[in-house]
Design a protein. Structure first.
Lengths: 186, 186
């Protein structure tokens, strides 16, 4: 059993379905934790993970996802959650002109044996010109993955999980777990 | 002598001129420090101040200013500096419609005798419909203080210092310093 630390139920559900497909149980530790302000998600996640090591027993991981919009110098990046809850998707749409390139990046930090391991994945795409779709959460209604005709929120959860940054980062973690018997059966 | 910790030369100059007018010398400690992500500037500043107490000897203070835009649920608030360096003033302008109410808030945290004292001040106003003026920094070109016809960046520094949130918070700190002889003459 491995612990997943997040206060976000959407994230827990999405990751739990990915882990279930690999017959790996995860335990939801529902809590908020301290995050520093920094330029990269890796740095913020590493810092939070180290701080939680003194609070949480055994192996645990946390997940952070940011939306990086190219013509906005990466905004909202590490502050995606705050920006989503203030200016929201409508705000993002009003900030953009012709250049709409963007990518999602997921970083998973695993604390295991007092070390921190990071697994990350990126999904490239563009910002749509209007909100579309009811599935998913966050910026999903305005993000169209490269090579797709639909936003992430227009896809059903299975389809989203097939291509998503979150799934790919999770699978890297799952591959790691499978090489560590004691983690797999803990 | 009291230390002022900031990596921002604009802030140092603006505050130094205010302190000089009261014959108080401040020493510029030019460094970046860790800031957490939190909803209020008070909380972020308090946390940073406590962490710096183990690094900096003697009395020191730090200053944080955020722009809180009412129709955007307070955005960019605690992340004003990040938002200014990414989407900038043009981004702010494109986010707004008819309701343009906003306020600046400055929070100064003073570490003195291992305690932390906070002094804050607010300047109410509106966001202009275009960038105007060359003075100041940050969001000054798009902020019109209540009762004024000009943006902060259109005012000369003396005029800005007369009405500014930063000056008012600094004067609260100066009043405090004047009641503590050992701080004043240290």
């Amino acid at each position: 059993m491995i612990k997943f630390v997040t206060s976000n139920e959407h994230k827990y559900r999405e990751l739990n379905s990915i882990f279930s497909a690999h017959d790996i149980e995860i335990e939801w530790v529902k809590m908020k934790y301290e995050e520093i302000q920094a330029d990269t998600t890796e740095e913020i996640s590493l810092d939070s993970c180290r701080k939680l090591q003194s609070v949480i027993e055994g192996a645990f991981f946390m997940e952070d996802t940011g939306l990086y919009i190219s013509p906005l110098k990466g905004f909202p990046g590490p502050y995606s959650s705050y920006v989503n809850s203030t200016i929201g998707n409508k705000g993002i749409l009003s900030l953009l002109g012709v250049d709409r390139r963007a990518h999602f990046q997921t970083v998973i930090s695993l604390s295991y044996g007092r070390k921190v391991y990071q697994f990350s994945s990126t999904l490239r795409g563009t910002i749509s010109t209007e909100e579309r779709g009811e599935n998913g959460f966050g910026f999903d209604p305005v993000f169209i993955p490269e090579g797709e005709g639909f936003t992430l929120a227009e896809m059903d959860p299975e389809r989203k999980n097939t291509i998503s940054h979150r799934r790919k980062a999770a699978e890297k973690l799952i591959d790691f777990i499978k090489t560590r018997n004691e983690l797999n059966n803990e």
